[in-house]
Design a binder for this molecule. Structure first.
Ligand code: MG
Length: 392
């Protein structure tokens, strides 16, 4: 029996994780859940999974959590998230908080020796060096939940990295695959949220439309698999059936396929090294008929090049890219900037940043806050311009 804490239990990954657990109650027990503010969904999860502890980040929301539930300890705020991440008796922490808010609890979980099923890619994007060296010092396993990295992990299957020539991450191309770079100027948040293959949260859906998500995944792969940046490539594969592949030095390519459903990578991260049944429907290739591939157009998707630039610059630069992107995506979703404005904000913020070494969590958090602030002032500039244009 594996005992789990789930950080971000009411998000898309959290819900899928609980679905996997409910199909295998003999293998997994939920000791703790952590959410930002979705009390209604948390109450249902408490009824069904009977955790010992729940954390609610938003303190006003925590006050709304009814106390007539089954007996459960309620903790609050960032400290509450850390309490859940470091709870005694927990074997594995599922790290599935969206964005930079997941960094500190994930780091604390590793420091307390918990294995990590990692969905919060920002933890590695912001602080990959710190996270990976802490994990190796403490003998902690970090098993990827991100579908691409789960695929690579499965293809590598413990092989010597000297045998690897290239890791190739697949990208669906998102909802705008067939739009031109010019047409992207005018797309709306609703169009950008409408992903063709994957049902995901808002932030990651926008990141998929800009391909920033793939860029963040390049950074994630760099840290997880300890490969030089030149050995990580990206290819567009609109059907999302091949989740990624590894080319070996003998020319062999091993890929991992399944229907696109996050329960696949989640169950593998929880049950590794075993495989468990009753997770995904059969992949019917005769029905799908065609798998297609194309090179990503970096003019149309500038975010992808920006992430390679950030990785080459190193230190705090990937963290700044991520912070600026978070602020820019929020501004796009609330209508303040255009879709193409997102990469302009990220690029401008990076250009203004003098990268530090990024050797402590405090330093990366400071860099992230600086990036959000700098991006915020660039967003204001773009918004004013937009208003001026409308008047003219
Ligand atoms: Mg992914």
């Amino acid at each position: 029996m594996k005992t789990l804490s789930i950080l971000g239990s009411t998000g898309s990954i959290g819900k899928n994780t609980l679905e996997v657990i409910s199909r295998h109650p003999d293998r997994f027990r939920v000791a703790a859940l952590a959410v930002r503010d979705n009390i209604a969904a948390l109450e249902e999860q408490i009824q069904k999974f009977r955790p010992d502890v729940v954390a609610v980040f938003d303190e006003a929301a925590a006050a709304r959590l009814k106390l007539n539930n089954p007996p459960v300890e309620i903790v609050e705020g960032e400290q509450g998230m850390i309490d859940v991440a470091t709870l005694d008796g927990v074997d594995t922490v599922v790290s599935a908080i969206v964005g930079s808010a997941g960094l500190v609890p994930t780091h604390e979980a590793i420091k307390s020796g918990k294995d990590i099923a990692l969905a919060t890619k920002e933890a590695l994007v912001m602080a990959g060096g710190i996270i990976m060296s802490e994990a190796s010092e403490r003998g902690v396993s970090i098993i990827p939940v991100d579908s691409e990295h789960s695929a690579v992990f499965q293809c590598l299957d413990g092989r010597d990295m000297g045998e690897v020539e290239k890791i190739v991450l697949t990208a669906s191309g998102g909802p705008f695959l067939n739009k031109s770079a010019e047409e992207l100027e005018h797309v709306t948040p609703a169009e950008a949220l409408n992903h063709p293959n994957w049902a995901m949260g808002n932030k990651i859906s926008i990141d998929s439309a800009t391909l920033m998500n793939k860029g963040l995944e390049v950074i994630e792969a760099f840290w997880l698999f300890n490969v030089p940046v030149e050995k990580i490539g990206v290819i567009l594969h609109p059907q999302s059936i091949i989740h990624s592949m590894v080319r070996f030095i003998d020319g062999s390519v091993i890929s991992q396929m399944s229907v696109p459903d996050m329960k696949g990578p989640i169950s593998y991260a929880l049950s590794y090294p075993d495989r468990i049944g009753n997770i995904l429907p059969e992949l019917d290739l005769a029905e799908i008929k065609q798998l297609t591939f194309e090179e990503p157009d970096t003019k149309k998707y500038p975010s992808l090049s920006l992430t390679y630039d950030a990785l080459r610059a190193g230190g705090t630069m990937p963290c700044v890219l991520n912070g600026a992107n978070e602020a820019a995506v929020e501004a796009f979703l609330d209508g303040s900037i255009s879709f193409t404005g997102i990469s302009r904000v990220v690029s401008g913020t990076m250009a203004a940043h003098k990268a530090g070494k990024g050797e402590t969590i405090e330093e990366v958090i400071r860099a992230s806050e600086w990036a959000r602030k700098k991006a915020g002032s660039m967003i204001k500039g773009l918004t004013n311009n937009k208003k001026a244009c409308i008047k003219a």
